[in-house]
Design a protein around this ligand. Structure first.
Ligand code: NG1
Ligand code: ZN
Length: 547
């Protein structure tokens, strides 16, 4: 044990922390310019080894900054069931990341003591990385950290974030969830996809098999390419922004498309054809098409959640299975989607704070929990009991044909889904299968409901923590007067809604507004931005109107 600590001291001096740098474990781990991250990576290797000893299970560490620019990087820790790191450990991560060089051992011993960690327990850590130029040396720093505490590691190299989550779950369930290899991942998902596609509607023609994918010049592109042979030509993918020339996330990818509400550069699709965009680590996906008038239509996480939950609800009815299904959203979900789900689909809708970990936890409360952020990050969770009921029905020789068909479709749906975390590849396969089974075009999917016009803005303030929110971030409790101001602005417009919250990944306050028409939406977003600027300590120039 003493020997370990000597190793840590020696090794950590090779990964020194720049003095006075303060980093914060944010909405999705640490994220910063890649030059500032070497010491954090080494220390997250240490922390992952401790977490592994504590849980007596394999832990994952993914090196990526998702949709952020190529110059940035970041790190996400993965817990035993493939979920995000337990929240109480986030503060240990922050503590280790910020300890000055000479205090690192003390900080480490503090975690060991607080968590009563048995240091003679083995540690196993899976490591993965995205395609950023900084990712190789940073993932080596993680491996060094694991080794400094005598832990074992397996380096998966280039994988998507959700693939690494999947590997961790497979490993810790002794293969029950699948085989912990990239090949095993393709096999499981694609087999389920092919089974689903065998049930495609009779009106579903061969040109419907075609899909254009924007790989954001990132890891997702590489992996889609790798997977293609497993799809047996049941899905014909044209891959754009595959990383061969463009820059990661630059003018492309899911975040660009969602925020700019326009198609990525570098993609060619004919009017009416389906396209989709992944983000830089392939845990988000959004769909779109351009109509015959050249108008761009975005189908975001809300539309995806609606399609999936509708499909599942129909199957449950056909199978006469009494399972409780719910959709989990955040305040950013378009009001039309919430209205449609509650009033037309009659499913339970839950709203949580922003950040996938909150949605994931809320979704676990139901037999089937469909969760999506509007930005396209999401998946479906099935409780153990739900999976058992589905299996029993599928295997029971007494089940009639219609019920059996529904049960088998449900079973394959479970298998095509990566339940550990939002997964662009898995979500894409599920969406493609649903459209084929329902014989539905992307226009018909889009027509399920019409999005309210919406606008997202950012306001710079001197300290964004002055804004405190409640009710899943939909209402501001401080500073005084801000919520009242928002309320009276919202009253001026029809079907209007607006809220503000401090971002967890950028030093800004985010403003969201939606209303009956784009013009009133933009006016409302601007007026609320002004209220934030005036009441919450805005810095720089006053926000200007959009038009
Ligand atoms: P912040 O910066 O806290 O709004 C953003 C996204 C989240 C989530 C995280 C992590 C929006 C409005 N916010 O968080 O949904 O994806 O990044 O990447 O999209
Ligand atoms: Zn991502």
């Amino acid at each position: 044990m003493m020997a370990h600590f000597q190793d840590v001291s020696k090794q950590s001096s090779l990964h020194p922390k720049p003095a006075e740098l303060v980093s914060q474990y944010g909405t999705a781990g640490f994220r910063a310019n890649a030059k500032l991250l070497d010491h954090i990576m080494f220390r997250m290797g240490l922390l992952a080894a401790l977490r592994s000893k504590k849980t007596k299970a394999t832990i994952g560490v993914m090196v990526t900054a998702s949709h952020n620019p190529e110059e940035d990087n970041g790190v996400k820790l993965i817990d035993p069931m493939g979920e995000m790191l337990l929240q109480t450990w986030e503060s240990y991560a922050t503590q280790l990341a910020n300890a000055e060089q000479e205090d690192l051992l003390t900080a480490l011993k503090d975690v060991i003591e607080k968590e009563a960690i048995n240091m003679s327990q083995e540690a196993n850590v899976f490591v993965g990385k995205d395609t950023r130029s900084s990712s190789s040396s940073l993932s080596q720093a993680v491996l060094d950290g694991v080794a400094a505490l005598g832990g074992h590691s397996k380096d998966y190299g280039l994988v998507t974030t959700p693939q690494l989550h999947y590997m961790v779950r497979c490993q810790n369930t002794q293969g029950k969830y699948g085989e912990a290899t990239v090949e095993g991942y393709y096999k499981k998902l694609c087999q389920a996809f092919i089974q689903l596609i065998n049930n495609k509607a009779s009106n579903c023609t061969d040109d419907q098999k075609h899909l254009s994918v924007d790989g954001a010049n990132g890891i997702g592109a590489l992996k889609v390419h790798e997977m293609e042979s497993h799809l047996k030509k049941e899905l014909l993918i044209s891959l754009f922004n595959d990383g061969s020339k463009g820059k990661l996330n630059h003018q492309c990818g899911a975040d660009f498309v969602k925020v700019q509400q326009k198609p990525p550069t570098g993609i060619e699709i004919n009017p009416g054809e389906r396209g989709c965009s992944f983000d830089g680590d392939a845990d988000r996906i959004v769909y779109y098409y351009t109509d015959s008038d050249g108008r761009f239509h975005l189908l975001d996480g809300d539309k995806i959640a609606t399609l999936i939950s509708t499909f599942l609800k129909e199957l449950l009815t056909q199978a006469s299975l009494d399972l409780k299904i719910a959709v989990v959203q955040t305040a950013y979900a378009n009001g039309s989607s919430t209205h449609y789900l509650e009033n037309t689909m009659k499913v339970t809708v839950v709203c949580t704070k922003t950040g996938v970990k909150h949605l994931h936890h809320a979704a676990q409360e139901f037999d089937i929990g469909v969760y999506f952020e509007a930005n396209g990050h999401g998946t479906v969770l099935f409780s153990e009991a739900a999976e058992e009921k589905i299996q029993q029905l599928a295997e029971n020789p007494g089940t009639d044909d219609e019920k059996k068909r529904a049960a088998l479709l449900l079973q394959n749906t479970v298998n095509v889904i990566n339940q550990t975390v939002g997964d662009a590849i898995s979500d894409m396969l599920l969406i493609e299968a649903i459209l084929a089974i329902k014989g539905m075009t992307i226009q018909q999917w889009d027509a399920m409901y019409t999005d309210l016009p919406n606008r997202q803005l950012k306001v710079k303030v001197s300290d964004r923590r002055v804004i405190d929110t409640t009710d899943a971030e939909r209402r501001a409790v401080s500073p005084a007067g801000l919520q009242e101001a928002i309320d009276s602005l919202v009253k001026k417009y029809k079907q209007a809604r607006s809220f503000v919250r401090p971002s967890g990944t950028e030093d800004v306050v985010r403003v969201y507004a939606e209303a009956e028409a784009q013009e009133s939406t933009d006016a409302l977003a601007h007026e609320v931005s002004l209220a934030v600027y005036r009441l919450a300590g805005g810095v720089g120039d006053e926000p200007k109107p959009l038009h």
